[in-house]
Ligand binder design. Structure first.
Ligand SMILES: C[S@@+](CC[C@H](N)C(=O)[O-])C[C@H]1O[C@@H](n2cnc3c(N)ncnc32)[C@H](O)[C@@H]1O
Length: 399
């Protein structure tokens, strides 16, 4: 006999009732969402644990991807809503651990649910203080993080700065991997430029990592068009005795870079990223790290090929296309100058959900490769009717 669908709903809602009761009665230990069947690339699990933030209990959701983790803190009610949305839809497994019992809600391939109960794996609830964090790459106890407002006087990450802390740590992890692949791995003295350094969280962390963790002699310079930010960053650098860290009040374009081993330009607006690329190529940087934003320059010029008009008549898709073409062409230009490039998604600390990062590591330059890439770039440009690509204006062939 066919099963009534409402029975399935009851199975789920009974399970969610147990979850809500465990949260109210403080018997909730943790929750695991598994068997991901959704469309988000690389997502495997969501782990939910209680954490204490400023004496308040919140629920930390760790979105575990193949290559990274993203953390988000929620109230109990929000956590229940997320679990309710996800289990049975994107995740086929929900495991609730309480001090009373472990409860499982599982769906088979036909999305038919069943629940079962096991003896409790945990006898007590542990609520971690979530803000005292030492990661592999940055340490919340470091004074510069306090002066930058990321941590309090006790070296604890402030509740609203947790995402930023994770972002900085992730960035240093990426930088560390790039250094290992580059010629910098064999150098003792290097120069770094951070173009559009803003509040300079990354600039300080880069300085600290290179000088104090890797033991290099690294001169780091932040270039920032806002005078107040450059000034404040210089004061903080003096306050922590980062003697080779300096901030210049200038635009990227106006600043002359004679030498740089590493060039960073994260979230510098529109064509400021191109200014940074051109400067980095001219300075023969070994490593270039970019997180472009608002790629508007080519938007008005793009001619959508006739066979794609049906798709790109939607403004938002055309906007994304403009970003993809801009960043794709930037990568090709870097490759034409002998760089190995990678494009991937980088977590942002500023609540913009997605972010493309372009990394480039200097490899061998060959005339043959240059010419091949130029042909590829021109072909791509003509396909989308682009006659004016900003980066072209900045680069007269520089090997
Ligand atoms: C969104 S913030 C990013 C800061 C930092 N790079 C980060 O990712 O955390 C961008 C900063 O770049 C600066 N900026 C944008 N365009 C610039 C340019 N052409 N020259 C110098 N600074 C620029 C802005 O003033 C701002 O402080």
């Amino acid at each position: 006999m066919a099963k009534d669908q409402s029975e399935d709903k009851d199975v789920k809602s009974d399970f969610l009732d147990i979850l809500e009761d465990s949260l109210k009665e403080n018997t909730f230990v943790k929750f695991t969402l598994g068997k991901y069947r959704g469309s988000e690339d690389g997502l495997e699990n969501i782990y939910i644990n209680p954490v204490k933030i400023k004496d308040e209990v919140k629920y930390a959701l760790r979105y575990k991807y193949k290559t990274r983790d993203i953390y988000k803190n929620h109230t109990a009610e929000e956590a229940v809503n997320i679990i309710s949305d996800e289990v049975g839809r994107n995740f086929l497994y929900g495991g609730l651990f309480t001090t009373v019992n472990d409860f499982v809600l599982e769906y088979n391939k036909k999305r038919v649910p069943r629940t079962y109960t096991r003896k409790a794996s945990f006898s007590r609830v542990e609520i971690k203080e979530h803000n005292r964090i030492k990661t592999r790459y940055i340490d919340s106890k470091d004074k510069y993080l306090n002066l930058l407002g990321i941590t309090n006087m006790k070296g604890e990450v402030k509740g609203d700065k947790y995402d930023k802390f994770r972002q900085v740590d992730k960035f240093i992890e990426i930088l560390s991997g790039l250094i290992d692949q580059s010629a910098i791995a064999d150098k003792n003295e290097i120069e770094v430029m951070d173009l559009g350094s803003g509040k300079s969280y990354l600039t300080f962390a880069v300085y600290n990592y290179l000088n104090h963790k890797l033991g290099l002699k690294a001169k780091v310079t932040g270039v920032e068009q806002r005078e107040d930010l450059a000034e404040l960053s210089n004061e903080i650098a003096a306050g922590v005795d980062f003697t080779e860290l300096k901030f210049i009040n200038s635009t990227i374009n106006d600043n002359t870079i004679s030498k740089a081993d590493i060039v960073i330009a994260l979230h510098a607006c529109d064509t400021a990223t191109d200014d940074a690329i051109a400067k980095a190529i001219k300075a023969k940087a070994e490593i270039i790290i970019l997180a472009p934003c608002c790629q508007k320059y080519i938007r008005k010029q793009i001619e959508i090929p006739e066979n794609l008009e049906g798709i790109f008549r939607h403004g938002i898709l055309e906007e994304h296309l403009s970003s993809f073409i801009t960043d794709g062409l930037r990568a090709l230009v870097l490759e034409s100058y002998g760089y190995k490039t990678k494009l991937f998604e980088f977590i942002s600390g500023d609540h913009t959900s997605k972010n493309i990062m372009i990394t480039a590591v200097k490899d061998e330059y060959t005339e043959d490769m240059y010419l091949r890439k130029v042909v590829e770039i021109e072909k791509m440009k003509s396909q989308f009717g682009l006659t004016d690509f900003y980066l072209d204006k900045l680069l007269t062939k520089t090997k």
